[in-house]
Design a binder for this molecule. Sequence first.
Ligand SMILES: Nc1ncnc2c1ncn2[C@@H]1O[C@H](COP(=O)(O)OP(=O)(O)O)[C@@H](O)[C@H]1O
Ligand SMILES: [Mg+2]
Length: 465
Amino acid sequence: MFPQIRWRIAISYFILVTVVMGGLTAYLSRPGCLGDAGCVREAVSTAAILLLLGTAIVAFPVAARTTRPVRQLSQVIQRIAAGEWEARILPQTRDEMGALILAFNDMIDQLRLQHLALLEENGQFNTVLNYMVDGVLITDSEGNVRLINPAATKLFDLSEETALSRSFAEVVRHHQLIDLWQQCQSEGKEVTAAVEIGRELFLQAIITPFEEGWAKGYLVILQDLTTVRHLQTVRRDFISNISHELRTPLASLRVVIETLQDGAKDDPETAAHFLDRAANEVDVLTQMVEELLELSRIESGQVPLRLQATAVADLLLKPLDRLKPQAERAKIELILDLPAALPKVLADPERIHQIVTNLLHNAIKFTPDGGKITLQAHKAEGESAVAISVHDTGIGIPKEDAGRIFERFYKSDRARTRGRGGTGLGLAISRHIVQAHNGHIWVKSKEHKGSSFYFTLPIATPDDR
Ligand SMILES: Nc1ncnc2c1ncn2[C@@H]1O[C@H](COP(=O)(O)OP(=O)(O)O)[C@@H](O)[C@H]1O
Ligand SMILES: [Mg+2]
């Protein structure tokens, strides 16, 4: 083991003093020197000079040896402060300096572990905040925004930097939310309210006061309830629609039966006519119930798709044949435009027949006599899908209806007033089936010019059988 610094200095001095004192004694013990004042002065002053020189010679390397690691240490501290956590010095000696450096390295190792743990914790916290669908805001007790997550900045359409320099009121710009915050501040307990922002956004706001060691303030959580609200509206509309749709054929049936009861039944010809009408209304009701059942089965995922690689022609020819007589009756030209080399698609043929039938049926229904309907297919979506389309030269769809015709029961006013039978469920069912195939369905239409319905199906890969 190396001598410790203080021992090194003590031993060096001991040797130095012994040597100088020894020299001095030897000098003084020369014959006649002690009696000679000049000799004694010379001996003492030489000894003093030697001691001084010796001290300098001993002190200099000791000082240099001691300060070098201190300088290195301060450089390493600067590097660590700049984030270079790997920076270390190796102890060169086993003295106090060496011990200090070992302790320093240990401390940095510990600090680094704590730093990493903190970083991880902070990272997890940020991940939660960043990916949360709910908006989160923290304000201090004066109402200045101290934290805001991306969901909240999106809700209020401003950047994080802008929000952080502002008050809660300036950030949310909504009187109900501001009132709620003030209520929470005055009552000192959690408050909750449903808030409508603009015409499209429904939020559930929860504001909670908190007091932690580090601060005091309010936690604001904003949950987007728009989808839930939309579902509630859809359900309400659905029930009112279904009641309405059932009422019409039922009312007709009632009229027919009353007319029969009032005497029409006694005239065979009239009776037959009214019974025909009754049968028609029952057909409409039956179809509606069947389509409703179908829709509900599809929506609840009870209709498993039997997907198989299928030639596009096999998806189109059957429905086309089935609807040909109907088109002929209406003097509508029905054209199939199918490129020769189309790849196979991954589809459940039965289900796709259902869609094509509905699209062709609609096209015939909404195209005046003498019109033209074209059934087409082509590659789409960067060659990864095939688009099947039905073009007609019919009445077209008003712009305001085009976005809604895929909703259950939706029929344009004109379709209603013209009394073209139908439940308004066909396109809703078609959309579900297309989506289950990972495809899209959409419409392009010009009023009085005609409509084009498109849907895509993924091209089958060699693995699909
Ligand atoms: N080819 C078309 N031309 C014009 N309007 C159409 C066409 N296809 C569908 N529509 C409109 O979309 C509505 C919904 O269609 P759909 O869901 O098939 O129900 P339905 O055929 O029972 O009326 C129709 O009532 C009609 O208003
Ligand atoms: Mg239809």
